[in-house]
Design a protein around this ligand. Structure first.
Ligand SMILES: [Cu+2]
Length: 469
């Protein structure tokens, strides 16, 4: 970067570049007022960093600010400062003021150094739980640590913060983790500034989005964690659907907790889990991609969540999207990848298949702008034109991922799954082997299929009559 940054936030943009904002220059902590680039964000692209020269050099944000790539391509500073804003990276980093949080004391006037630094949810957490829809949770503004939660929908014509349902417990130094079913798990935290383990909030809480898609969600208190998770603790979703909660302490006057534990959300106790038996390595924007499952007809939702990184209560990269199901076969489900890189920055995502809210374990798929080109063909042969002949089918093609699923006379043949060839026995002269193969290209796309039918009789190669003994 152009400068040393202690506690910056980095945000991946739709074109794969990275915005870096805030952070202070250690050991000076408060940057030199003569610095022409003080508080100025910078951008990484094409392997190098550059200043955003249109950005206000005096706009001082809190450390590790809550930054989200918005649906319109700007980056939204959702908090913890009361007066939020957008930075337009495309246009040199120009800032525009956003709405104010409900929580917190009056925003300092224009020109006050604390105008954008002034907190509403300081040491709280924030999460984008659907494209453009953000929760800002807990922390402290006016009147100590809060259990209040505010939500905003950046897709609205005039986005405004409004209070959502409150948590059962006030929490600062808290983590939020978006789950495969679209709910949000909140773990750890402390209801005051005393830094004592004995005050730690041990029960987890889960936010369920409103069934109607608008209005407040609801909170459920869940089982307690084993150890306090306060300052410097982390929480991240694992590909198996559990949440890893770890750490805490190591400075700031808090007790060290160099341990980790995993939380199993309620959906893991609600019945058998669906399975994704194959998924492609990559897909591209707005394109279909398929995955294999032993029970494609039972999968009623597909979601994906970006691989993420978290520190100081803010996960800079978690993104949750629903992938609409567009087709099914006897062995596969096809979904459509998100069309907008602003909703879904390029990179790696955990794909979950759900049945009645119960998620599968994830497969990891990356998304980019490279359309998938793949082809398939099927060739068949027969050992002899007589009873007891063996018919063979062989796949060839390009960019095939090896997820071959074979059907014989319309029936899936699991014994040949993953193999590039299949065989069938023709017991008499009336026997036919109708081979069909379905393959999911390694680069995504809809399933490719090919079929060929082999007959034992009545006339085989060269007009030979099929004969049985
Ligand atoms: Cu720290």
């Amino acid at each position: 970067m152009k400068r040393n940054r202690w506690y910056p936030t980095t945000t991946v943009l739709g074109n794969g570049s990275v915005l870096s904002v805030s952070g202070e220059t250690e050991p000076i902590i408060v940057m030199n007022a003569q610095d022409q680039n003080r508080y100025r964000p910078e951008l990484w692209q094409n392997g190098g960093w550059s200043w955003l020269m249109n950005a206000d050099r005096e706009r001082r944000l809190p450390l590790y600010p809550m930054m989200f790539l918005a649906p319109d391509g700007r980056v939204f500073n959702a908090g913890p400062n009361k007066l939020t804003g957008y930075i337009d990276v495309v246009n040199g980093g120009t800032w525009t003021d956003g709405p104010e949080h409900q929580l917190g004391a009056a925003v300092p006037p224009v020109g006050d150094a604390n105008r954008y630094f002034h907190g509403a949810h300081h040491e709280g957490t924030a999460v984008m739980y659907e494209p453009g829809k953000i929760l800002v949770i807990g922390g402290s503004g006016a009147g100590g640590v809060t259990n209040t939660v505010e939500r905003i929908n950046l897709n609205d014509a005039t986005p405004q913060f409004q209070y959502d349902a409150s948590m059962a417990y006030p929490r600062a130094h808290v983590n939020s983790t978006v789950l495969p079913d679209g709910s949000v798990l909140v773990t750890g935290g402390i209801p005051n500034g005393d830094k004592r383990d004995i005050d730690a909030i041990l029960p987890a809480e889960m936010w369920t989005p409103p069934a109607s898609g608008s209005g407040p969600g609801s909170w459920t208190t869940l089982n307690p964690m084993g150890e306090p998770r306060l300052y410097h603790s982390t929480a991240v979703l694992l590909p198996d659907g559990r949440v890893l909660s770890a750490g805490g302490g190591h400075g700031g006057g808090y007790t060290d907790h160099p341990t980790a534990e995993v939380f199993s959300p309620p959906y893991l106790f609600k019945g058998p889990r669906p399975e994704i038996s194959y998924a492609p390595a990559t897909t591209s924007y707005g394109q279909p991609f398929a995955f294999n499952s032993p029970t494609p007809g039972q999968i009623d939702a597909v979601t994906w969540i970006r691989l993420s990184s978290v520190t100081h209560s803010f996960n800079m990269n978690q993104r949750f999207l629903r992938l609409p199901i567009t087709a099914r076969t006897g062995t596969s489900v096809t979904v459509t990848a998100p069309a907008s890189p602003n909703d879904c920055p390029p990179g790696h995502y955990m794909v979950f298949a759900l049945r009645n809210g119960v998620p599968s374990e994830a497969r990891i798929v990356s998304i980019s702008n490279n359309p998938c080109a793949a082809s398939i063909s099927l060739t068949t042969s027969i050992s002899q034109y007589s009873c007891g002949a063996t018919a063979t089918a062989d796949v060839s093609g390009s960019n095939l991922g090896g997820s071959y699923r074979w059907y014989l006379n319309g029936v899936h043949q699991p014994a040949f799954d993953g193999q590039p060839s299949a065989v069938a026995q023709l017991t008499n002269c009336a026997s036919q082997a109708a081979f069909a193969v379905e393959v999911i290209p390694a680069c995504g796309g809809a399933p490719l299929t090919a079929s060929q039918t082999v007959s034992a009789g009545p006339f085989g190669q060269g007009g030979t009559l099929c004969a049985c003994e």
